[in-house]
Write a protein that binds this ligand. Structure first.
Ligand SMILES: Nc1ncnc2c1ncn2[C@@H]1O[C@H](COP(=O)(O)OP(=O)(O)OP(=O)(O)O)[C@@H](O)[C@H]1O
Ligand SMILES: [Mg+2]
Length: 369
């Protein structure tokens, strides 16, 4: 078996922190991962260096990696007890204050182009992650065209506030949900400008009672303008997922989306190709590539970002989106639901690699006029 970051993390995911009851990869404890040939270096961040677990975890890492990848692998493993900072707040005047949300992974789902299926992917990704057993939140940041209320059958819902005056997210299919659509009438919001949207999103993220999330998915509005950038600045994003159809116009915009995130140092953890092909229900083996074939996969290869998978064009995706129960719940055996589940698993892997290899994203200052 070749020694790759993914293989190393798979080996390490067999090691469970006895206090937290979860494996060290899932807990984001593996840092500074480097793989060179057959040499692996890593640091495990422990909360309390005096525990038995903290004192043996480096040895456990060496043993697990050698057991999975062969005795010839050279492992440099140590521990550190520095606190892992999540979204360190920026405290400076004249500058939006970064919101501190307790979520191990904050992931934006974006695209340059509208209507390619961001909201559909974000919703089904969130529900798939919940089905895989993770603690998940989903925020619809699209103030002008919110989709989450429709997609989760929560059109007339108004979230309540708890005794600490924090907004309590709704819960559907194991996912904690908030949508700008719950707070602001989209007809009123059309006149809002970037800074207003940004401050609303910030309040909304920071003033909600999310609990301890493992994944917080942000469904972004279409485009790569001011609004997307300010939202991206509101929290320290772990990574971004770009959705595209195989069509050239969508791919050109997806490329802009990737460039936008790279400019603000947010790693793109994957590209999803949506509406990849149509397979008639009565002839499921026949695939029609209505928008072209494999374009998003090629784009991912060209830009050296992971390709997370393709979702077919299926009538049931649209229908389940409209009637308020995502396809991964309503038709879990459908081709699209299966695709969403695999995409979720791959997103988990890619985010784990990102967290182990790179430090948390630092907010980049963007100056407006
Ligand atoms: N794989 C698919 N098969 C069939 N219909 C789909 C698929 N993906 C998305 N759709 C449908 O396409 C439409 C647009 O999808 P969606 O709202 O998710 O796109 P979006 O990128 O979020 O749009 P916007 O840019 O307006 O936010 C919706 O009606 C949705 O149900
Ligand atoms: Mg949308």
């Amino acid at each position: 078996m070749s020694v790759t970051p993914a293989a190393v993390l798979e080996a390490l995911s067999t090691i469970v922190d006895p206090v937290q009851g979860r494996d060290i990869v899932r807990l984001g404890m593996v840092k500074g991962l480097k793989v060179h040939g057959k040499k692996v270096a890593l640091t495990v961040m422990v909360k309390d260096p005096t525990t038995d677990f903290a004192q043996t975890v480096a040895e456990q890492c060496r043993a697990a990696i050698k057991a999975h990848l062969g005795p010839n692998v050279v492992v440099y493993a140590d521990t550190d007890s520095e606190m892992i900072s999540l979204g360190a707040p920026v405290v400076e005047n004249n500058r939006p204050q970064n919101v501190n949300v307790s979520a191990l992974n904050i992931v934006a789902v974006a695209s340059g182009k509208g209507g390619v299926g961001k909201s559909t992917v974000a919703a089904n990704l969130a529900v798939s992650l919940a089905k895989l057993g993770y603690e998940v939140g989903l925020v619809d940041t699209d103030i002008y065209g919110p989709s989450v209320p429709t997609m989760f059958g929560a059109m007339n819902e108004k979230p309540r506030v708890n005794s600490d005056r924090k907004i309590i997210p709704l819960e559907r299919h194991g996912v904690k949900l908030l949508s700008m659509g719950f707070m602001v009438d989209p007809d009123q919001a059309v006149i809002w400008r970037g800074p207003m949207v940004s401050s609303a999103v910030r309040q909304f993220l920071g003033d909600a009672d999310w609990g301890n999330l493992e994944y917080l998915i942000l469904d972004l509005p279409p485009g790569t303008g001011d609004i997307q950038l300010t939202i991206v600045q509101t929290v320290s994003l772990t990574g971004a997922i770009i959705v595209s159809t195989p069509q050239n116009v969508a791919l050109a915009d997806a490329r802009k989306g990737v460039a936008m995130f790279q400019q603000v140092n947010v790693p793109v953890v994957g590209i999803v190709e949506n509406m990849a092909f149509f397979a008639p229900p009565d002839l499921p083996d026949r695939k029609y590539y209505l928008f072209g074939q494999g374009g998003a996969k090629r784009l991912a290869e060209e830009l050296a970002v992971p390709f997370l998978g393709e979702v077919p064009l299926e009538q049931a995706v649209r229908e389940t989106g409209d009637d308020g129960t995502p396809i991964v719940v309503q038709h879990p055996d459908s081709a699209s639901a299966q695709a969403f589940l695999e995409i979720a698993k791959d997103a988990v892997r890619q985010l784990a690699i990102r967290n182990a290899e790179l430090p948390p994203t630092q907010p980049v200052e963007i100056l407006y006029r």
